[in-house]
Ligand binder design. Structure first.
Ligand SMILES: [Zn+2]
Length: 259
């Protein structure tokens, strides 16, 4: 996973409207295709705004959607996502190459050993806020959810966002939205109880919120605080191999537990 994180960080900062973001999308799409997924790139319009204090232009990004062959999205399945973009200051090793590469690795494992429920893996464009004092964010995941018909929404049994999953900590954060039903977070922590220490937390700052908003149970794995957050020093050295493995193991245990 570290090789992929180095490759993404080497692209440099990846604002959603930049060519760098397109290069990151192509890299992630290639990884998912190589694992045997049907990958489609869905365009997402993003507005001009201010990202972490820096003016950013309007433009187009993509959601990279990877489906196992033969997926019927109106039948029960789950969604796992991680965001592609970064703030303009940051090469984004932890935020969020870490989430993308844990996702790519678990996607590879899931194709080799499919579970009882199929998994759609999505790299979302434009998660980082572009204004509204941080309230205008998660454009790609909102676009994805808006594109689901009612039968498809009903078929999504749960969604997990992997966002900042590589900074070393004693436990893997498994967070739900304040006021929402914690059942999915509880189920993930139960499934993972033999593979890694986890901790419950509240979080409304990633792509899971777009799903929870329309009634799909959704959780964020990750969010350990770190000094290099949203800065030029968010480089591969901030990411810990063991933490990446533990975050992936938590997700994998949940996927294996689905019935
Ligand atoms: Zn993030």
């Amino acid at each position: 996973m570290l090789g992929g994180i180095r490759a993404l960080a080497a692209i440099g900062p990846r604002d959603a409207a930049s060519r760098a973001s397109d290069r990151a999308a192509a890299y992630v799409a290639g990884r998912l295709r190589a694992s045997g997924y049907r990958v489609t790139l869905q365009p997402v319009a993003v507005p001009a705004g201010v990202s972490w204090g820096v003016r950013v232009p309007a433009g187009t990004t993509v959601d990279v959607v990877a489906d196992p062959p033969g997926l019927d999205p109106t039948k029960p399945h789950v969604v796992v996502g991680a965001h592609l973009d970064t703030v303009p200051q940051s090469p984004g090793a932890e935020d969020n190459a870490s989430g993308l590469m844990v996702m790519a690795e678990v996607a590879r494992m899931t194709r080799q050993q499919p579970g009882a429920l199929p998994v759609r893996f999505v790299a979302f464009g434009a998660e980082e806020a572009r204004g509204g004092n941080g309230t205008l964010y998660a454009f790609g995941s909102r676009h994805f959810v808006a594109g689901l018909g009612a039968p498809e929404r009903r078929a999504v049994r749960g969604m997990v966002a992997l966002d900042r999953v590589g900074v070393r900590a004693t436990a893997v954060p498994v967070c739900h939205v304040a006021g929402a039903d914690p059942s999915l977070a509880d189920a993930i922590r139960r499934a993972a109880s033999r593979v890694a220490a986890t901790r419950a937390c509240l979080n409304r700052a990633s792509d899971h919120v777009s799903f929870e908003r329309v009634g799909i149970p959704a959780v964020r794995i990750g969010s350990v605080p770190y000094a290099a957050y949203h800065s030029s020093t968010d480089v591969p050295a901030v990411v810990d191999r063991g933490q990446l493995a533990r975050s992936g193991a938590v997700l994998w245990a949940w996927i294996r537990s689905l019935r």
